[in-house]
Ligand binder design. Structure first.
Ligand code: NDP
Length: 414
């Protein structure tokens, strides 16, 4: 699932109609490939220990219930900017209340106070990681079966709730039946992405608490924690951008999205933290720390800067870029700023950020590099698909843009 917005220059209505068949096939392939990689990593553990830690206890179920109830209530009652979603094919528009940053801050404060008072253990997640993972997996299966059943029986004709049934049970369960299913008037798609991103931070904080308790807090752990926390907070500061991403606009809510949001993001993006908890022998030199910080800062500037430049350009193509009038191809494509350096500088920034989360772990094991490797494969493929789509959409304008900006992601390399 995408964690950032992609703004559009043509009506969103039209964007929704794009056929995603081949995309889904490859994304399924990436999913299976990554599951295989993850399984290989888990097989590194003692099988007996692994299997017994996978059985969910009541406590792991309580944790999940508390978490989801809190998110549902906070999402509904806390104030936040209300953003109109994409224009759907029936002319309707959903509204999203972007109060994720406030909900997250309040949750961390409540958990911090409860931990101080001894009501909650800050280690509850770190001690029960695999249990929570399997409980979340079971939840994903149950939720998506419920979505399948309610979706199939829906007689609603609106774009959001109209059932799309292919007749193939696995396909319909995997890709979903309805575009924007709701539960108690909560938009489930937006809710699950938020739960996944916040879950990633909460897992990290519990890992941090565990390393403090074990007296094993290392420079590597501190760096990893700071980088991820800044990335996640930045995501919530710009939460409204999420409302225009492909996942929110056009993907139906099935197992693929629910699993990606609730399990994939929090549990696999935090592998470096888990790894550091059990391998605290990484010694970082001062130059290595400085280099790691530089990769993070440059990655962030490129990632956020490129996405922001495109966002601003789509809203007003005359806005100066880096203090100069923008270079525009055919009135539609930005060819200056980051978009004049490479055609997908934003992917480069994201990859550098992913790398910066793993570098604190040193180079003794490939395990902490799971996230950057996964993202590299995903973004190279995504970039190729996007090129094909843009070439079809912009025709000679795109050819001119290719001539002006020959590099795809990394200048002079790719
Ligand atoms: P982009 O934000 O790069 O959007 C691509 C679209 O932008 C094109 O289809 C085209 O759309 C428009 N466009 C392309 N070039 C130009 C240009 N020169 N001028 C103006 N418009 C242009 O793609 P994504 O949505 O894939 O990615 C958004 C962010 O999300 C990225 O930063 C990416 O790294 C991140 N991401 C993160 C993932 C993760 O797991 N961490 C997964 C996927 C994405 P149009 O037809 O509207 O003009």
């Amino acid at each position: 699932s995408s964690t950032e917005s992609s703004s559009t220059s043509f009506p969103l209505k039209k964007k929704i109609e794009i056929n995603k068949g081949d995309t889904n096939d490859f994304e399924c392939f990436i999913f299976y490939f990554d599951i295989l990689l993850l399984l290989l990593m888990l097989l590194d553990m003692d099988l007996g220990v692994l299997l017994s830690s996978l059985i969910p206890s009541f406590q792991s179920v309580y944790v999940l219930v508390f978490y989801f109830v809190y998110l549902a209530v906070a999402g509904e009652i806390l104030p936040g900017k209300v953003i109109r979603g994409a224009l759907l094919s029936d002319g309707s528009q959903l509204r999203y209340r972007c109060n994720g940053l406030l909900a997250l801050t309040l949750l961390v404060a409540i958990l911090g106070i409860c931990a101080k008072l001894g009501i909650v253990s800050p280690l509850v997640v770190a001690d029960r990681g695999l249990e929570l993972l399997s409980a979340t997996f079971i939840l994903c299966v149950l939720v998506t079966l419920a979505l399948y059943i309610t979706g199939r029986s829906s007689s609603d004709k609106s774009s959001s709730l109209k059932p799309h049934v292919s007749g193939n049970l696995v396909h319909d369960w995997w890709f979903g039946i309805q575009l924007n299913p709701q539960f108690l008037s909560i938009d489930l798609k937006f809710f699950f992405v938020r739960a996944g991103m916040m879950g990633w931070l909460l897992i990290n904080l519990s890992i941090l608490a565990k390393s403090v308790q074990d007296d094993s807090l290392s420079q590597s752990m501190i760096l990893y924690q700071i980088f991820c926390a800044l990335y996640i907070l930045d995501y919530f500061v710009h939460e409204e951008y999420m409302t225009s991403t492909w996942d929110i606009i056009a993907e139906r809510l099935g197992f693929m999205l629910v699993f990606g949001d609730l399990l994939w993001i929090p549990f696999t993006f935090s592998i470096q933290g888990w790894w550091l908890l059990h391998n605290n022998k990484v010694e970082l030199t001062v130059p290595a720390i400085v280099a790691n910080c530089l990769v993070f800062v440059i990655g962030y500037l490129v990632f956020r800067g490129a996405n922001k430049q495109k966002h601003i350009f789509k809203k007003n193509p005359k806005t100066p870029i880096w203090g100069k009038p923008p270079v525009v191809v055919g009135g539609k494509l930005l060819a200056s700023g980051y978009w004049g350096i490479a055609r997908h500088c934003n992917y480069l920034g994201d990859l550098m950020l992913a790398l910066s989360f793993s570098l604190p772990c040193g180079i003794s094991s490939p395990v902490p590099y799971f996230y950057p490797i996964y993202l590299l494969i995903l973004l190279i493929w995504r970039e190729r698909r996007d090129e094909v789509r843009c070439a079809e959409k912009y025709k000679e304008i795109w050819a001119e843009y290719l001539r002006l900006v020959p590099w795809r992601i990394l200048p002079y390399v790719y």
